[in-house]
Design a protein around this ligand. Structure first.
Ligand SMILES: C[S@@+](CC[C@H](N)C(=O)[O-])C[C@H]1O[C@@H](n2cnc3c(N)ncnc32)[C@H](O)[C@@H]1O
Length: 262
């Protein structure tokens, strides 16, 4: 117990609260992204249920899974993201859990646990990653699988000139204030491997932009493979995209399927 408390105290706080303060904005911005859903459905067919999605957010993936009759639990640290998920899924049977994926205890074990859509990039320090993986292992059934989906770090993006702005998204404001235009710039710190991104929201005719910070830790291919291995997880498959093409240098993603070996 004391060890657990000390371990938690060593972890860096999660700093992505502000960017996820409004689940409705998140959904509008991400509504067209569905590429990963059929990938997870296919994996559930192979590995079975129940399923746990870590960092489930507004249920972008969780809800379509449950609509197919899959027994799924969605866990997230953000109250506003979970509130939006619950609003959308009032009549659907999903267990929602508000918890930190670095420290959670559920009453059952799962055939499949996944952390999708680069969410692990919000976990910045090694102690936190170790802790998250230890809870994953605690909640995986024998022969269960864990899937992690993160960027393959792109040096061209990380080293962009921070004085330039780059387009992110554009959509109608859900409160009718005009168009929301989001641009970004970034500064990459190669010592911590954290990409410090700023998102600039220009809403309708408002003169002042809203600025939000999004700090994403990069995981290099050999590094994430080693982290998983030395935390007791054996890699079964590593894909470069949701179409299950094998991972290679030019792949946009690292999608890793692993299982407990110790
Ligand atoms: C990019 S969103 C992904 C949401 C959803 N899975 C999807 O694919 O649309 C990242 C999510 O990670 C959650 N998150 C960040 N750190 C977390 C932590 N330590 N524990 C649980 N959730 C966390 C955020 O609250 C946010 O909902």
């Amino acid at each position: 117990m004391l060890y657990k408390m000390l371990q938690f105290a060593q972890m860096k706080p999660i700093d992505c609260g502000p960017i996820y303060r409004n689940g409705r904005y998140y959904d509008i911005q991400n509504k067209d992204f569905v590429d990963d859903i059929s990938f997870y459905l296919h994996k559930i067919k192979n590995y079975g249920e129940p399923v746990l999605e870590l960092a489930c957010g507004t249920g972008r993936i969780t809800i379509p899974m449950a609509e197919q009759g899959i027994q799924i639990t969605g866990l997230d640290i953000s109250e506003p993201m979970l509130a939006q998920a619950k609003r959308k899924a009032e009549r659907i049977d999903i267990e929602w859990v508000k918890a930190d994926c670095r420290d959670f205890k559920l009453s059952k074990k799962f055939n499949l646990i996944f952390v999708p859509f680069n969410s692990i990039a919000h976990i910045h320090d090694l102690e936190s990653i170790k802790s998250c993986l230890s809870y994953v292992k605690m909640h995986l059934k024998d022969n269960g699988r864990f899937i992690i989906d993160i960027f393959n770090p792109c040096l061209n993006i990380l080293t962009r000139d921070p004085s330039n702005r780059y387009p992110v998204a554009e959509y109608p404001d859900p409160d009718g204030k005009g168009n929301v235009v989001i641009t970004e710039n970034n500064v990459y710190d190669s010592a911590t491997q954290i990409n410090y991104i700023k998102w600039y929201y220009k809403i309708g005719n408002q003169a002042k932009e809203i600025v939000e910070e999004l700090n994403l830790r990069m995981f290099y291919p050999q590094e994430i493979d080693a982290i998983l291995y030395y935390n007791g997880l054996m890699i079964e498959d590593k894909f470069g995209n949701y179409d299950e093409t094998p991972f290679m240098s030019t792949s946009p993603k690292q999608i890793i399927v692993c299982y407990i070996y110790e």
